[in-house]
Design a protein around this ligand. Structure first.
Ligand code: GLU
Length: 476
């Protein structure tokens, strides 16, 4: 039977890192096993669910390219079925009516604290058939509570191995509230059974729900799926990942210039590893290598430094053509689109190619391209202090280089040979010429290889930049 998996987000906020990781693990497993991946939006919490959050989740999934085979289904559509299931439990004596008043609920809370067990069950059982009938006829509101059976609930978790819960520790859970709305545990079991889900992969935070759900599966007469609980995600300080650690919404990383393939790679490594040293993996490689056996029990750490590094790796693997698209979006965001539009496409491609190996994000890539695209670079004061400190020396070096370039063929090898010969004649290291020249060409002290830059700029722009630099030197 084909594996059937689902991602079941509650649309009460953006698609956050933990949710996206759950979605990804389900998706990877479905793709790896030729299974079916279903998207189900759990919108039963009417007060907290919003249209915007649903859209943000769909956008996030689309950006990560986690395509679903069925859905999106909305849990609220199953409301009637959920109610029927609750009543089915009632009819079979597997659940009971709880007529508790607010005062009684308050008293129960205290009793529970004092160690009393299931006070609401005691009260319901004490009611007797006649009184119950009376209340029903009077239209008294009631919730339906599942009667947790005695014994123990055990399952073989795909991540944690054998899990055991004493049923005595599980409260009789409400499955249908007095207002007729189902609770999470009932709705999820009913839907998972209805959708013939074979594997439930979700976060560790649901571990305590699983025994309740297993008991409901049994009571409703459904086959159990396999369960797998993936580890919690922590910040680098060992605390549960939260806004304090920076962005937690997947969409924020998109804006920061993280590539979707990076995010997928990074999320996959949050709680899973391939068992060797390989960290940079494409989506296809992940599909090939992913398995639940290698999902770790211990919590995963979200390390922003690693994310940035990984992004650099994926950026360098991208074609210049596709990066240029993203650089254009970035330029649009900054209102600097004209910079790119003023340059020939082929020149832009060469420039992206030159800069992409050094950049870790799209904004960074744009910032590395920018000084070359501006009519004249803005000089970084620190670079000026460092490499133009002795203005007379800098001037002499720039002049000598400019002159030498005039008689050189304009390719990287020739330009390099010309500059090295010049350095030798002057009895100094080539760096002495290269540093002030780099500041003249880019305004910065670090850049792509200087000879590639010269080729890219061409003789006219190079000469103009050197001229301008000469005009900037303090004793001009
Ligand atoms: N809507 C639940 C959540 O977002 C789904 C849990 C589950 O996968 O069963 O936590």
């Amino acid at each position: 039977m084909a594996m059937r998996l689902r991602f079941a987000p509650s649309p009460t906020g953006y698609l956050h890192v933990g949710g996206a990781r759950t979605a990804l693990f389900n998706w990877l497993l479905a793709r790896a096993q030729g299974g079916v991946f279903i998207l189900r939006v759990e919108d039963t919490d009417r007060e907290r669910s919003t249209e915007a959050a649903t859209q943000a989740i769909l956008d996030g999934m689309q950006w990560l390219d986690l395509s679903w085979d069925e859905g999106p289904f909305f849990q609220s559509r199953g409301l009637e079925r959920h109610r029927q299931e609750a009543h089915r439990l009632l009819e079979r004596g597997l659940a009971y009516r709880d007529f508790s008043t607010p005062d009684e609920i308050e008293a129960d809370r205290k009793a529970l604290k004092l160690g009393e067990r299931r006070p609401y069950r005691t009260r319901a059982d004490a009611l007797g058939a006649d009184l119950e009938r009376e209340r029903l006829d009077a239209g008294a509101p009631f919730a339906i509570r599942f009667r947790v059976p005695d014994g123990e609930t055990v399952w073989d978790d795909l991540v944690h191995g054998e899990m055991r819960f004493a049923n005595a520790d599980i409260e009789d859970l409400v499955v249908l509230r007095a207002d007729g709305t189902p609770t999470y545990n009932l709705a999820v079991v009913s839907d998972d059974a209805d959708m013939r889900i074979t594997h439930v992969i979700r976060g560790d935070d649901h571990l305590s729900n699983t025994p309740k759900q297993i008991l409901l599966y049994d009571a409703l007469g459904y086959d159990l799926p396999r369960f797998g609980h993936v580890p919690l995600i922590l910040g680098t300080d060992g605390k549960r990942l939260s806004k304090r650690h920076g962005a937690t919404a997947v969409g924020d990383y998109r804006v920061q210039g993280i590539l979707p393939e990076t995010m997928v790679n990074f999320l996959a490594l949050l709680g899973w590893n391939p068992g060797d040293e390989q960290e940079v993996m494409t989506r296809d490689e992940l599909v090939q290598r992913f398995s639940m056996e290698r999902v770790l029990k211990k919590s995963a750490v979200f390390d922003p430094e690693k994310l940035a590094w990984l992004n650099g790796q994926h950026l360098a693997r991208r074609s210049a053509e596709s990066l240029l698209e993203l650089v254009r979006d970035e330029a649009d965001r900054r209102g600097q689109r004209a910079l790119l539009d003023g340059e020939a496409h082929t020149n832009l491609i060469v420039l992206v190619e030159m800069m992409k190996v050094r950049a870790r994000t799209i904004p960074e890539l744009f910032e590395r391209m920018e000084p070359l695209l501006l009519d004249a670079p803005t000089y970084d004061p620190q670079a000026v202090r460092q490499h133009w400190k002795h203005a007379a020396d800098a001037r002499a070096r720039l002049l000598a280089a400019a002159e030498r370039f005039q008689s050189s063929a304009w390719d990287a090898a020739s330009l390099e040979a010309a500059l090295r010969a010049l350095a030798e004649e002057r009895g100094e290291g080539a760096a002495k010429l290269i540093h002030p020249l780099r500041v003249a060409l880019t305004g910065q002290s670090a850049s792509a290889g200087i000879f590639d830059l010269l080729v890219w700029l061409g003789p006219e722009r190079t000469a103009a930049r050197i001229d301008r630099a000469l005009g900037q030197l303090p004793d001009a």
